[in-house]
Design a binder for this molecule. Structure first.
Ligand code: F6P
Length: 540
């Protein structure tokens, strides 16, 4: 069954939230902290190895109560059941959205079109396990009988960002295989990667759900040609595997059936790292870690499905995001992990969040009259403190931020870790309290300089404190954001699981490509024609 279509701004709860916003918009969080000594405890959720403190937000218990009313009016509970039950909630593409089934335990039952999909998933997982083990332990070898040293994932978007981010995040758990990711159609990308590779000891994993993506097929073709300068056609079977739903296209590319890891239509690209799209994860960190990642995500699925909204982490985060986006008119959200391992996390989230909820047509096909989507950006702390934190602290924009930190480091160097975490905690304190004119004066600052040293404070943050970065906790963290995306899409009344917005540019690029070597030119606006001609005249 389809999701409901209700304009959120027409609900009673939305009107109440608007009135509530007017009443509290000038309130200072620090005053609330003084008035209520239990505020931090009241707005903290402790779950498994997660400690989520959302007390430094411009909310009261009434805000959450009204959001609960909103969720009720917009039938969030019903939507959650449909999501997990494999209903066709990706209505515009006629598909279910079942990435949660990929991490369900083997005894689970998830039905799609009357068939339990779990046995099929388990079969593919077993293939991933057997294959990765054989590559890692060296029983499967290259065409000159040498064990593999490098793996190259060739894919883009969801077929690249998820696995690349996870492998980078879990590099502490990595084995001897050196992972590489080739995504951009820019030939300089693939050539830089190839420079360091030995064809005799490199495994190539071509990942494309559709197997029609220009970037991936161009890179795969270039790599195949490079490989064939060394090995022969028959050696390809030992060095190239593919992950796709489009088996016939993979075969046409020259990959054997036994080297194809299938995936399914009901897994969206940006939510596919849990499927065989995650093959490079299993290769780089081993299947057991890959399985723990899935297990962590499954735990978050259960939390999201079963927990009441007041203490449901993804639900609360989604409420907060809508609160700032639609009532405070915040334009963006920052995600700041206090670990270098999560260096690629914001980039990964950009696709997951912006490709999902960057929509302006509601589920009835009408243009929305309210803001949807979030601009997502971020970099690890403490580096970002020395880059863009100035704007978060003293700029004219309101930027709610998620601070993600881990209580224990992986290398155990407590001196560094204490310094890191002192910054992690201090930044949210500074954003909350700011620094008043009186405080600046007290420091003996020259009067003319005082305004420049004042910090307004009252800047909202969530602190997501996790015991340690493990495959399991990473799985929980990613799934937390996936469900936050889902809740926001439901409440905003948009379809979160299609991505038609990426098509137009692709189509035009194909047309323009054909014009580069042709004398005739299609009709373009003057700017586009000039650019096209500039390129034609400039290229060597
Ligand atoms: O261009 C966007 C997109 O369709 C993403 O949604 C997807 O993850 C990516 O392209 C790659 O697609 P494929 O896996 O089919 O190559």
């Amino acid at each position: 069954m389809a999701l409901n279509s209700i304009n959120p701004t027409q609900t009673k709860a939305w009107s109440k939230l608007s009135a509530h916003y007017e009443a509290i918009k000038e309130s200072q969080m620090k005053t609330w902290f003084k008035e209520n000594p239990n505020r931090a405890d009241e707005f903290t959720i402790e779950w498994e190895d997660f400690y989520v403190d959302f007390s430094k937000n411009r909310i009261t218990s009434k805000t959450l109560m009204l959001f609960k009313e909103l969720a009720k009016e917009l039938k969030l509970e019903d939507a959650i059941s449909k999501y997990f039950d494999g209903d066709i909630i990706n209505q515009t593409e006629g598909r279910a959205v079942l990435h949660t089934a990929l991490r369900a335990p083997s005894q689970a039952e998830v039905f799609f079109e009357g068939k339990n999909v779990i046995p099929e998933i388990q079969k593919v997982k077993l293939n991933i396990k057997t294959f990765s083990k054989a590559i890692i332990d060296g029983t499967k070898k290259g065409y000159t009988d040498k064990p593999f040293t490098d793996i190259v994932n060739i894919g883009i978007g969801g077929s690249d960002l998820g696995p690349a981010m996870v492998v980078d995040s879990l590099s502490f758990y990595g084995n001897h295989l050196k992972p590489h990711y080739v995504s951009n159609v820019d030939g300089d990308h693939v050539n830089e990667v190839l420079k360091s590779l030995d064809p005799e000891t490199t495994l190539f994993v071509i990942v494309s759900k559709t197997f029609t993506t220009q970037e991936t097929l161009s890179n795969a073709t270039t790599i195949k040609k490079w490989f064939l300068k060394h090995g022969t056609q028959t050696d390809i079977a030992k060095h190239f595997v593919a992950v796709s739903t489009n088996i016939s296209k993979v075969k046409a590319f020259g990959i054997e059936t036994s080297n194809i890891f299938p995936m399914w239509d009901w897994v969206g690209g940006r939510f596919s790292l849990w499927s065989s799209v995650g093959l490079s994860i299993s290769l780089a960190v081993g299947y057991d870690h890959f399985d723990s990642l899935l297990n962590g995500a499954h735990k978050m699925d259960l939390h999201f499905k079963q927990e009441k909204f007041e203490t449901n982490i993804p639900v609360i985060l989604a409420f907060l995001s809508i609160w700032y986006n639609n009532f405070f008119n915040a334009e963006s959200e920052a995600v700041i992990p206090y670990t270098q391992y999560l260096n690629q996390f914001a980039t990964y989230l950009q696709q997951a969040i912006m490709e999902s909820n960057g929509k302006s047509i509601d589920r009835s096909g009408n243009k929305v009259n309210y803001q949807t989507g979030n601009l997502i950006w971020g970099e690890p702390g403490t580096n970002s403190q020395h880059a863009f934190f100035q704007l978060i602290h003293q700029g004219s924009k309101l930027i709610p931020a998620d601070f993600i930190g881990f209580a224990n480091s992986l290398h155990g160097n407590s001196d560094h870790h204490d310094k890191l975490i002192s910054n992690f905690i201090a930044q949210t304190e500074a954003l909350l309290n700011g620094k008043s004119k009186a405080e600046v004066l007290l420091e003996g600052t020259e009067v003319a300089i005082v305004p420049f040293k004042v910090f307004e404070g009252n800047k909202p943050t969530n602190t997501i404190f996790i015991k340690q970065l493990t495959p399991e906790s990473l799985g929980k963290l990613i799934a937390m954001y996936e469900h936050k995306i889902f809740v926001q899409g439901v409440l905003w009344n948009v379809f979160s699981y299609d991505q038609f917005g990426v098509e137009l540019g692709k189509q035009l690029a194909n047309k323009i490509l054909n014009e580069f070597d042709s004398d005739s030119s299609l009709s373009h606006d003057a700017s586009t024609s000039n650019l096209l001609n500039y390129y034609k005249n400039s290229r060597l």
